[in-house]
Design a protein around this ligand. Structure first.
Ligand SMILES: CCCCCCCCCCCCC/C=C/C(=O)SCCNC(=O)CCNC(=O)[C@H](O)C(C)(C)COP(=O)(O)OP(=O)(O)OC[C@H]1O[C@@H](n2cnc3c(N)ncnc32)[C@H](O)[C@@H]1OP(=O)(O)O
Length: 291
C-alpha cells in the first residue's frame, strides 16, 4: 500500500502539487530546517528532532526528542515534516528509521494540550499539520521503518503505521493501538483506513470499537507490528532490516495499481472535506462559547 502511494506521488506531479498546496508547508517553510550536508555522515538537529544521516548507507535515523513523551504538538509536527521534507529532497537518502529518544515512549500521540482551549485558527493549523505528517510519511519515497522503543498510543500508533515496517521493543509494559474511543474521541476515518491497510478490517473494527491498546505480543499477533526484539536491540535491528530492504533491486520503484490510486484520491477528497468540517466546527464552538 505504502509503496503504491509512493509510486502515485512519483508519477503524478499534479497530485504532488495539490498535496503541497494542501499541506502546511507554508508555515513549515518559515521555520528553521535541519540541514543535510554532503559528507559521509551528518547530523542535524532541531529542538525536537535529531536526524543522523549516514551517506554511505543512504539511511537516516530520525530521533524524536520532545520531552516528556513526544506528544505531537503543532510545533513538533512541523519539525517532523520539515526534517522529512529535507530528507526527501536528498536523493542519496533512501531509507529512514524513526525512533524515540525518550525513555519508555515512542510517541504519546496528538498533544492533547495543543487541542484544548485554542483558537479555531490554531486548531485548523494543528489539524493540517497532523494530516501533513500522515501524508508525508505514507507517501514517502524512502523506505521507512518505525523503531518503536516504547508505548505508542493513538497518533503515535498512526505514525508507526505509516511506515513500511515496525519493530517494537518486547516489553509487556509498553502498548500500542488506536485508543481514541476510550478517550471519547472518534478516530478519524484516515486513521481507520491506515489501520485497515495494516491489520485488516475485522481487527480494525475491534480495535476501534473498543479503543484497544495492545501489548507488544498481541500487536505482533494481529500484525500491528512486524517484529519484536529486546529493547536494547530495537534501533540496531531497524538499521539491519533497512540494509536488507535496500538491497532488494528496485525496492523504491514498485509500480502502483489503479485500485490504490483510487483509494488515495478518495482519501484525499475526504481529507479536504474533513478539514473544512473541522474548521466549521471549530468556528461554531468558538461562537457558542461567546454566548
Ligand atoms: C472542533 C475543531 C477541532 C480541530 C482540531 C482537531 C482536533 C480533532 C480531535 C480528534 C483527534 C482524533 C485523533 C486523536 C489522536 C490522538 O493521538 S489523541 C492522544 C491520545 N494519547 C493518549 O491517550 C496517550 C496518553 N498518555 C499515556 O498513555 C501515557 O502518558 C504514556 C504515553 C503511555 C506515557 O506514560 P508515562 O511514561 O507513565 O508518562 P506519564 O506520567 O503518563 O506522562 C508524562 C507527562 O506527559 C503528559 N502527556 C502524556 N500524554 C500526553 C499527550 N497525548 N498530550 C500531551 N501531554 C501528554 C502527561 O500528562 C504527563 O505530564 P505531567 O503530568 O505534566 O508530567
Amino acid at each position: 500500500m505504502k509503496m503504491a502511494l509512493r509510486a502515485c506521488l512519483r508519477t503524478k506531479p499534479g497530485l504532488t502539487a495539490l498535496l503541497s498546496q494542501l499541506s502546511c508547508s507554508g508555515h513549515a517553510a518559515a521555520r528553521r530546517a535541519p540541514a543535510l550536508v554532503a559528507q559521509r555522515s551528518s547530523s542535524s538537529t532541531s529542538q525536537k528532532i535529531k536526524v543522523d544521516f549516514d551517506q554511505s548507507s543512504g539511511v537516516a535515523v530520525m530521533h524524536m526528542q520532545s520531552p516528556p513523551v513526544n506528544s505531537l504538538s503543532l510545533e513538533f509536527l512541523t519539525d517532523v515534516c520539515i526534517a522529512l521534507e529535507k530528507l526527501e529532497m536528498d536523493k542519496s537518502c533512501r531509507g529512514l528509521v524513526v525512533t524515540s529518544s525518550q525513555p519508555k515512549v515512542f510517541s504519546a500521540g496528538l498533544d492533547i494540550l495543543d487541542m484544548y482551549g485554542k483558537s479555531p485558527e490554531h486548531c485548523a493549523e494543528f489539524w493540517k499539520a497532523v494530516q501533513e505528517m500522515w501524508l508525508k510519511f505514507y507517501g514517502s519515497n524512502m523506505i521507512t521503518i518505525a523503531a518503536v522503543n516504547g508505548s505508542s498510543p493513538a497518533g503515535g500508533c498512526l505514525l508507526s503505521m505509516t511506515c513500511d515496517y515496525r519493530i517494537m521493543a518486547d516489553n509487556p509494559r509498553y502498548s500500542i493501538g488506536l485508543n481514541e474511543t476510550k478517550l471519547g474521541i472518534v478516530a478519524p476515518f484516515w486513521f481507520k483506513d491506515t489501520m485497515v491497510n495494516t491489520v485488516g478490517h475485522r481487527a480494525t473494527e475491534m480495535a476501534l470499537q473498543l479503543g484497544l491498546l495492545y501489548s507488544p505480543a498481541e500487536a505482533l499477533k494481529i500484525g500491528l507490528v512486524d517484529q519484536l526484539v529486546h529493547e536494547d536491540q530495537v534501533l540496531t535491528t531497524a538499521t539491519e532490516t533497512m540494509t536488507k530492504w535496500l538491497a532488494i533491486p528496485g525496492i523504491l520503484n514498485i509500480s502502483y495499481t489503479c485500485h490504490f490510486f483510487h483509494l488515495w484520491c478518495c482519501n484525499l477528497v475526504c481529507t479536504i472535506c474533513s478539514c473544512v468540517c473541522q474548521v466549521i466546527a471549530a468556528k461554531k464552538i468558538h461562537l457558542s462559547q461567546d454566548f
